[in-house]
Design a protein around this ligand. Sequence first.
Ligand SMILES: Cc1cc2nc3c(=O)[nH]c(=O)nc-3n(C[C@H](O)[C@H](O)[C@H](O)COP(=O)(O)O)c2cc1C
Length: 133
Amino acid sequence: MEGIEKVYEFLNEASTYYLATVDGDQPRVRPFGTILLSGGKLYIQTGKIKNVSKQLAANPKAEICAFKGGKWLRVAGELVNDDNHDVKVAMLDKMPSLKGMYSADDDNMQMLYFKNAKATFSSFTEAPETVEF
Ligand SMILES: Cc1cc2nc3c(=O)[nH]c(=O)nc-3n(C[C@H](O)[C@H](O)[C@H](O)COP(=O)(O)O)c2cc1C
């Protein structure tokens, strides 16, 4: 399995991760659950009207953290907007509950993918494992 696939699988199985952004000199963090691997890119989804989206537009640096089965994963990098229609449709098809709030044709739905990402799997018992994508 490719490194990015391992990262995707871990986040999928963890189901919730925490996304940190930068707001001036103030870190901001919140729970997220959307995750998609498409075209070799790791995507998350949000709404353009949210503060998280505005923070990423001003400063794309972000980090996510998830915990599952005694291991934790951190992915640090930049989150890049992608308005590709097919990617939005793929996200809505993977997580149909999003269809109650978003559509691929609204002005709000936002897909962002990780660029210059460094993912680190850690545990209390094993050496850290790093993946870059
Ligand atoms: C378990 C869980 C998963 C969530 N997943 C997402 C998500 O994938 N995308 C999203 O935009 N909001 C998601 N939310 C809602 C955000 O956490 C919430 O809108 C948050 O306030 C956004 O951050 P902001 O207020 O800084 O903009 C989720 C909430 C919970 C409780």
